[in-house]
Design a protein around this ligand. Structure first.
Ligand code: PXL
Length: 288
């Protein structure tokens, strides 16, 4: 049997609302990946639309916990960061990457700080700029269109894009440092929405689209990035990984839309977990 992969996930835990660690952990586990967690903050819910949420910053815990992990001499196949609780966490996460990374570790940075043209409630412009520095240390970054525009100093525009424009954005994102970039929430034609990726080593672009559903759900970026990471660790090339992530996320959104549940509580990804392994390539040792 192939050696089991191990990842470390550095994200907040939002108690309700199906985002960050409450979706990342089940997805990576369902994909067969052993996942350690370094929670950046504990919130009662996510920050998008459930007023009165509580938030406990966990900055002071991160380095001591990572140092403990380092002392255990473990190997990590992936280091995966997302929503951060404070500006100081940006340099701390960079330090944790340096501490826990081996030559063959895949570092995925999801620069979670904005959506729909606006910064998240807890995110300052200083944090958003710091995310650009964190992206430099990544092998792969997964911004949405708002975050990609901000990282590139471009004005955010809603609606459809042409392929050339998104390809230029992807190329520019990899010039910030990461080898690959994937932008989520892109649309090139009415009624279809998905993600586009670029691998600077091969020079190849890829894109995958899904029927668009009206409305917006929290946590879909985290679901997308987790499936993408799982697919890469399972040996899928970037285009296949983007396809699997669009398919899994799109199915969850569609299922939720049909059920007409309160969108603030995220999407029903749980019903898709059992079939996740069949979406991912199996039997090959992951190389990226
Ligand atoms: O899914 C991104 C995310 C993660 N964590 C928290 C959030 C959000 C998006 O709103 O508020 C706390």
């Amino acid at each position: 049997m192939e050696r089991q992969k191990r990842a470390a996930a550095i994200h907040d835990i939002s108690g309700l609302g199906r985002c960050s660690l409450t979706v990342i952990l089940p997805i990576l586990s369902a994909a067969g990946i052993e996942t350690g967690v370094l929670p950046t903050a504990f919130l009662s819910t996510h920050t998008g639309g459930l007023p009165g949420y509580t938030c406990r910053d966990l900055t002071s815990e991160l380095l001591p916990a990572a140092r403990h992990w380092k002392s255990l001499g473990l190997h990590f196949d992936a280091l995966y960061s997302g929503f951060l609780g404070s500006f100081e966490q940006i340099s701390i996460v960079s330090e944790i990457f340096r501490m826990l990374k081996s030559d063959d570790t895949l570092v995925l940075v999801d620069p979670v700080f904005a959506d729909h043209g606006k910064l998240y409630a807890t995110c300052t412009p200083q944090m958003a700029d710091g995310m650009r520095d964190l992206c430099q240390n990544a092998d792969i970054i997964v911004p949405n269109l708002t975050e990609a525009s901000y990282l590139l100093g471009r004005e955010y525009r809603e609606g459809q894009y042409n392929r050339r424009e998104v390809e230029e954005m992807l190329r520019s994102l990899t010039r910030l440092g990461p080898k690959s970039a994937v932008i989520t929430g892109v649309s090139f034609e009415p009624g279809r929405l998905g993600a586009a990726g670029y691998d600077s080593a091969s020079g190849e672009f890829c894109c995958s689209l899904f029927p668009r559903v009206d409305g917006s759900y929290p946590g879909t970026g985290d679901i997308f990035a987790s499936v993408l990471l799982a697919a890469r660790l399972n040996g899928d090339p970037l285009p296949k990984a983007v396809d699997a992530a669009v398919q899994f996320t799109g199915d969850a959104i569609q299922r939720t839309w049909l059920a007409k549940t309160d969108p603030r509580f995220g999407v029903n990804f749980e019903y898709g977990l059992a079939s996740l392994p069949s979406l991912l390539k199996s039997g090959e040792n992951g190389s990226y």
